[in-house]
Design a protein around this ligand. Structure first.
Ligand code: MG
Ligand code: ZN
Length: 325
């Protein structure tokens, strides 16, 4: 689970302004992650997503490629090759940098139509988010909807359509572009994640699911604290769902982290009784601050201490004992 732009202060701002504990407080293993990219102290979501997904430092803006432009298999791809079901649920376009890093290989995150085409090669079972235009309103006039259907996906354009699917693969394209803000989304991240867990868990070998709170980053760029808190809480609610699933299942590792911090958020003061924070943003961009990682379940202890964002890939390969050939 990736909170895009979710540094520790984004988490604590939400914690400080609600009376009930957050689900993220249920983790007992916490570590810190270095986020720098191959060419910048401050990463973008393409390089950071590629580091998390593929285990290599790459240049800002690149997707699923090492800095020398050689394509790298993602942990999702390797899970698929090892017989697991795979999926992702996001609140941005599915062709946006973070989800793209798990399924695509492109020199630039801006090549969103090429990233859409890469979904057809990825073997992914469930993907849900926005980005319908990159599949169906393309400059090459190819409509990928037919190809998705030919590959056995239930093509869904609404949450109701997603919730009606009982088995098999889902291509969930819930908006032409990205999804609305948390306030106007009606809990779609939570509900789509519940469906993804239900479908992927039907694979007896197991599953790998990436869930992104995509718009925490956008709120940070906007320096909009209310938007930020709504997005962190929306993501945290979904963390609660996933933790409940993992607790019941007993054999599921849950990892929550961020790709980088956004906005240089500082909590200068606050009032816990009143549920208020005095917050200042010090940047309109990403920062180089380390980000937290929270882990629960078998193998969680591998995620304590200070680590590189590239280390997740190898840790996951080792924990699942994946064959990477
Ligand atoms: Mg993102
Ligand atoms: Zn950003």
């Amino acid at each position: 689970m990736i909170g895009d732009g979710m540094g520790i202060n984004q988490v604590y701002a939400a914690m400080s302004t609600q009376t009930s504990p957050m689900h993220i407080e249920r983790f007992d293993v916490i570590g810190m992650v270095k986020t720098y990219s191959a060419n910048e102290y401050t990463t973008d979501s393409g390089a950071a997503g590629t580091a998390l997904a593929c285990g290599v430092k790459t240049n800002n803006g690149m997707i699923g490629l090492a800095a020398d432009s050689i394509a790298q298999p993602s942990i999702m791809h390797i899970a698929h090759k090892n017989g697991l079901a795979t999926g992702l649920v996001v609140t941005c376009n599915v062709t946006h940098a973070t989800p793209a890093s798990f399924v695509a290989h492109q020199v630039s995150r801006k090549m969103t139509e090429d990233i859409a085409a890469d979904y057809l090669l990825s073997g992914i079972d469930v993907f849900i988010g926005g980005g319908r235009n990159d599949f169906e309103q393309r400059t090459d006039n190819i409509n990928l909807a037919k190809q998705l259907k030919d590959k056995g996906y239930s093509l869904c354009y609404s949450l109701a359509e997603i919730e009606a699917v009982k088995a098999g693969k889902i291509a969930g394209l819930l908006a032409d572009n990205h999804l609305p803000k948390a306030k106007e989304r009606g809990g779609v991240l939570y509900k789509a994640t519940a469906k993804a867990l239900d479908l992927l868990n039907q694979n007896a070998t197991g599953f790998f699911l990436m869930i992104e709170g995509s718009q925490i980053d956008w709120a940070g760029h906007d320096n909009d604290l209310d938007y930020l808190l709504d997005e962190v809480r929306d993501f945290d609610k979904t963390i609660g769902l996933v933790l409940d699933f993992a607790k019941k299942d007993g054999n599921t590792l849950v990892i929550v982290t961020a790709d980088h911090e956004t906005g240089g958020l500082v909590l200068n003061d606050g009032d816990l009784k009143a549920g208020q924070v005095k917050a200042s943003f010090t940047s309109l961009e990403h920062t180089g601050m380390p980000v937290p990682v929270f882990a629960y379940g078998p193998g969680a202890n591998s995620f304590g201490g200070f680590m590189e964002n590239t280390s997740f890939f190898r840790k996951c390969v080792d924990l699942w004992q994946f064959n990477i050939r």
